[in-house]
Design a protein around this ligand. Structure first.
Ligand SMILES: NC(=O)c1ccc[n+]([C@@H]2O[C@H](COP(=O)([O-])OP(=O)(O)OC[C@H]3O[C@@H](n4cnc5c(N)ncnc54)[C@H](OP(=O)(O)O)[C@@H]3O)[C@@H](O)[C@H]2O)c1
Length: 196
């Protein structure tokens, strides 16, 4: 079975995750948590998020980039793949392949509302309470996804707090959850965190 893991960092209260193609904050520990969680995994993202990835990436299995641009060029043609639909993604994955959905807002929504098998089994919900760089006009926010999260998912951990970010794991109500993934994510969140 393909396990689907979401991870995001949203601003408390308004669920903003990005402004003008960038993260509206710079929190080293949060970025480190994210890249540690997805290291050696398959990552799925939208073209805009992909363009904002750092130049140096950790080792990843594959990066699946959603784009409808026929001429979009990825940085690494050996392991980064442009896809146009969930159906196409399905064709690339075997049952043993897990995927880590890394946003942005369009892609979280697509996966939260799309094919049943690609709805997240685990959501790593990181909530930032602090100032944002608000200059900019294009705001990405995930309130629709949070409504689904609050209705259909169950929070199974306390908040792990570091640098004004409270991170917790949620799982789909009534569904099997891969313990190996939970253990890995927990070990990363617990590191240096205060538990509330
Ligand atoms: N805080 C966080 O956790 C977090 C995480 C990730 C991203 N972000 C932020 O979120 C913002 C980006 O989010 P976004 O929602 O604007 O963009 P996005 O989801 O990263 O990418 C959107 C692009 O994905 C492609 N796409 C979307 N739906 C598709 C579909 N059904 N089929 C094929 N391709 C599809 C399109 O690419 P084409 O235009 O090329 O066709 C679209 O323009 C940035 O500010 C980023 O920094 C924040």
């Amino acid at each position: 079975m393909t396990n689907v893991v979401f991870m995001w960092c949203r601003h408390k209260g308004d669920n903003i995750i990005g402004v003008d193609g960038h993260l509206p904050w710079c929190i080293k520990s949060d970025s480190e948590h994210f890249w540690n969680v997805v290291q050696n995994e398959n990552v799925v993202c939208g073209r805009k998020t992909y363009e904002g990835f750092p130049t140096e990436l950790p080792v990843l299995k594959k990066v699946f980039v959603f784009s409808l641009q026929k001429d979009f060029v990825v940085r690494d043609s050996a392991s980064h793949i442009v896809i146009t639909s969930q159906k196409q993604l399905e064709d690339y994955l075997s049952e043993e392949d897990d995927i880590y959905v890394a946003g942005g807002a369009e892609i979280y929504k697509l996966f939260m509302e799309g094919k049943e098998k690609f709805k997240p089994h685990i959501v790593v919900d990181c909530v930032y309470e602090g100032d944002m760089k608000t200059e900019g006009t294009v705001v990405a926010e995930i309130s629709d996804c949070i409504s689904v999260l609050e209705k259909k998912y169950r929070k199974i951990t306390p908040d792990y707090c570091a640098d004004n970010v409270a991170s917790a794991i949620w799982v789909r109500k009534g569904e099997f959850v891969e313990q190996k993934i939970l253990k890995k994510v927990l070990a990363i969140l617990e590191n240096d965190a205060i538990i509330r």
